[in-house]
Each structure stands twice: as structure tokens, then as C-alpha cells.
Design a protein around this ligand. Structure first.
Ligand SMILES: NC(=O)c1ccc[n+]([C@@H]2O[C@H](COP(=O)([O-])OP(=O)(O)OC[C@H]3O[C@@H](n4cnc5c(N)ncnc54)[C@H](OP(=O)(O)O)[C@@H]3O)[C@@H](O)[C@H]2O)c1
Length: 284
């Protein structure tokens, strides 16, 4: 089978499409352990650029891909794995998988786990009636964060450049500030920061700042979210997708063989929303 792997750390060119054996799940007594997933798609997450560059000390060769959408015994599932979803088949602990949404293409559902769970855990403190500034709303996490904050009953001010303004408004933002020309200085209760660099302007939050990306200096309490896998939250997200309360912001579908190019373009800031990579050929 094909797998997008790195044998050493470095630039996108270190990503290779290797031909390797289909992995074999570890046997367990209760059948509750690992599953062999026929991968439909994985997604590009910018944090995996750090993996490729060697920020984490991993055993090499390493198969890329945290997000997983695929089939186990013909049943569509999504999940989050450390062991490499950027391949035609992947091994996943069964407790890392949940039934996939029924209302979106399975490949698009690969956009959900990392970005959706990070957004969920970032907006979880937002209360009904609060005003929230979501900085970086045009990105993969941002699309979920805007919709989840609206779902929680917040008034949402989102920063976005012109290419993302229409999408962010469609996802329910009440106001959009073009961060390329304008400083978001309207006072808010909570600021959610989803950008890899600290905000270069004074934080306008009265209550708290929550970052999933660069640390933010502020006069109010600030916390940092590191996404952790939560099966119940992922199932709830799937439910919101199927209920039409959350729309997936999938802006590109590429073959797995384009992984190096996707990394290159992702690092160059060419993408907005979520980009997914098909593991079973371009035609699916
Ligand atoms: N803590 C965690 O567990 C966790 C998990 C996943 C990711 N992350 C981190 O969270 C951050 C966001 O991830 P992501 O997947 O959403 O990234 P992403 O999809 O790559 O975000 C790209 C978007 O960022 C927006 N952007 C760029 N510079 C901006 C600025 N100065 N102000 C406002 N928006 C700006 C752009 O929006 P426009 O299209 O509007 O220009 C672009 O579409 C990354 O730093 C990532 O590494 C953290």
C-alpha cells in the first residue's frame, strides 16, 4: 500500500510516497483493541509541519496524518491517530474511532477530528450572551470555532482577510474585521486566538483569553488549549454536522501522493479552511 512518510526531518521534499505492507492490528483477547481502517482520507494540519521539521522526537520512518476518515469492516468511521493516517490503510485503537457523519462525503469528514476537537475545547468556556473575538477565523479550526461559539449563543466578532470573509459570515459571525487593514479593538468578553504568531495589538478581552496557537500576553487570565482526544466530543461534533448545525469548510481535496506539495503550499499560507487528502485515488 502507499503511505506518505518521512525518513528524516526537513523541508517538504523529505516527504516520500513509500510502498509498504498493509499493517496488521495487534491481536487482543476481547476484540476491543486495534482496528484496520481502509483510509478514505486524512487532512492537512499545520502542526504536522512541526512534526516534519523534527520538533517532536519520533521514530523514523514516520507516517504522517493524524486525522482519519475511512471504513472498518465496511462501516464508515472517523478518528484521530498518532500512528499515521496518510496511507491506504491505518491501524487505529477502536476507542479512537466514532461513526462518521452520514450527511457529508466520507473524505470531507477527515476535516473534523483535530480542528473540530481543538475548536470545541477552545470555545467550551464561552457562555450564552457573551461577546467573543475569534482571531484566525478563516483557518481550519476557525471555521469550527465560529460555528460552535454561535451554537453556544455567543455574539461573534471574527478576524478574516477578504478571501475568508464570505465563509466566516456564512458560518454565522456577527461581524468580520479584516485583519490585513484593521485592528480588532472593540471590547469583548473572551478572545480566542488561533494564529501562530501573537496578536500585534492590545488584547480587547475583559474576561479571559484562550489560545490554541501562539501564547498571548494580556491583563486578563489567559489559558492555552492543547487538543486532547475525546470520543464523546467527537461524537457530538458528528451529531452537529448531521443536524446541519456545523458545516465543514473543506476547500481542497488532493491525492495522498500530493502530500509534499500540500505541505509546501500550507506553509506558504496558500490554504484557507481545511484541505483533505484522498487515500484511495483521485476519483473518489
Ligand atoms: N493547541 C492545539 O492543540 C492545536 C491543534 C491544532 C492546531 N493548532 C495551531 O492552531 C493554529 C491554527 O490552526 P489551523 O489548523 O486553524 O490553521 P490554518 O488552517 O493553517 O489557519 C490558516 C488561517 O489563518 C488565518 N490567519 C493567518 N494569519 C492571520 C492573522 N495575522 N490574523 C488572523 N488570521 C490569520 C488565515 O485566515 P484568512 O484566510 O482569513 O487570511 C488562514 O486562512 C496553528 O498555529 C496551529 O499550529 C493548535
Amino acid at each position: 500500500m502507499k503511505a506518505a512518510r518521512i525518513h528524516r526531518y526537513g523541508e517538504p521534499s523529505v516527504i516520500r510516497i513509500d510502498e509498504i505492507d498493509v499493517p496488521v492490528p495487534a491481536p487482543t483477547d476481547d476484540g476491543d483493541g486495534e482496528a484496520l481502517v481502509k483510509v478514505a482520507a486524512t487532512s492537512f494540519n499545520p502542526t504536522e509541519v512541526a512534526v516534519r521539521r523534527g520538533v517532536f522526537d519520533l521514530a523514523l520512518p514516520h507516517t504522517l496524518g493524524w486525522d482519519l476518515a475511512g471504513e472498518v469492516d465496511g462501516e464508515p468511521v472517523i478518528g484521530f491517530v498518532d500512528s499515521g493516517a496518510a496511507a491506504e490503510y491505518a491501524i487505529a485503537p477502536r476507542d479512537r474511532l466514532v461513526p462518521a457523519p452520514k450527511t457529508v462525503p466520507l473524505q470531507h469528514a477527515a476535516a473534523i477530528p483535530v480542528a473540530g476537537l481543538t475548536a470545541w475545547q477552545t470555545v467550551s468556556h464561552v457562555r450564552r450572551g457573551q461577546t467573543v473575538l475569534i482571531n484566525g477565523a478563516g483557518g481550519g479550526i476557525g471555521g469550527f470555532a465560529v460555528q460552535l461559539a454561535k451554537h453556544r449563543g455567543a455574539y461573534v466578532i471574527a478576524t478574516a482577510s477578504p478571501r475568508s470573509t464570505e465563509a466566516v459570515l456564512r458560518y454565522g459571525a456577527d461581524e468580520v474585521v479584516d485583519y490585513t487593514t484593521t485592528v480588532p479593538d472593540k471590547p469583548v468578553d473572551v478572545m480566542i486566538h488561533l494564529v501562530g504568531t501573537p496578536p500585534p495589538w492590545p488584547v480587547p478581552a475583559r474576561e479571559r483569553v484562550i489560545s490554541a496557537a501562539a501564547p498571548v500576553r494580556a491583563d486578563v487570565p489567559s489559558s492555552h488549549v492543547v487538543m486532547r482526544y475525546d470520543r464523546d466530543q467527537l461524537s457530538a461534533l458528528v451529531g452537529l454536522v448531521d443536524a446541519g448545525a456545523v458545516t465543514l469548510d473543506v476547500t481542497g481535496l488532493y491525492p495522498l501522493t500530493a502530500m509534499a506539495d500540500v505541505h509546501r503550499r500550507g506553509e506558504a499560507g496558500e490554504f484557507r479552511g481545511k484541505v483533505v487528502l484522498s487515500a484511495q485515488g483521485e476519483s473518489q
